[in-house]
Ligand binder design. Structure first.
Ligand code: ZN
Length: 194
């Protein structure tokens, strides 16, 4: 459970630290608002992909499933600044499939935590592999990191792309190629795969 008292104290200190007057009207409710907001944006801390991926359905033939453009918002754990974008997940079933919305739920579980994009991509494919047990799974995340675009190197609009694969997608370049082709991203298929 999120400790709202601690968050409120921390935000107050933070505002004092930058020289703000925490008593002025616009800031008076800010610690309280952030504490409530953090409960929501870090809800993944108390959620578990197993619950979402455990209800599966039998299929007669194993055809590739791709869910693309799953919008996500996460918080960079190095700066506590948002990074956001889209996730694309494909898997080749092994007799069982999962409800399509459950893949989006799985993304949420890992997005709503202090996170780095590389790690999140790996956590998604490993969760699908572990709980759904498909023949293979692959994910691509594309995101803009505000810690990079509004400070530091300041490159607005730059996107970070990460991919991870397991099973047949990791072992067989043809499955990887199909994944990129289905996404219309053949040009990005020459990067390193985790
Ligand atoms: Zn960052």
């Amino acid at each position: 459970m999120v400790d709202q008292t601690k968050i409120k104290e921390a935000v107050k200190l933070l505002l004092e630290g930058i020289g703000e007057d925490t008593g002025r009207e616009g800031l008076r409710e800010t610690p309280d608002r952030i504490a409530r907001m953090y409960e929501e944006i870090f809800a993944g801390m108390e959620d578990d992909a197993a619950g979402h991926l455990s209800k599966t359905f039998a299929v007669e033939s194993n055809e590739i499933v791709l869910v693309k453009d799953i919008t996500f918002y996460s918080m960079c754990e190095h700066h506590l600044m948002p990074f956001y974008g889209k996730a694309h997940i494909a898997y080749l079933p092994n007799g069982r499939v999962v409800g399509l919305s459950k893949l989006a739920r799985t993304v949420e579980v890992y997005a709503r935590r202090p996170q780095i994009q590389e790690q999140m991509t790996i956590q998604i494919v490993e969760a699908v592999m572990e709980h759904l047990k498909p023949q293979g799974v692959m994910a691509m995340l594309e995101a803009e990191h505000t810690c990079m675009t509004m400070r530091g190197v300041e490159k607005p609009g730059s996107r970070t792309i990460t991919v991870a694969s397991r099973g047949c997608f990791q072992e067989d370049p043809q499955w990887q190629a199909l994944f990129f082709r289905m996404l219309g991203k053949e040009n990005e298929s020459n990067q390193d795969l985790t």
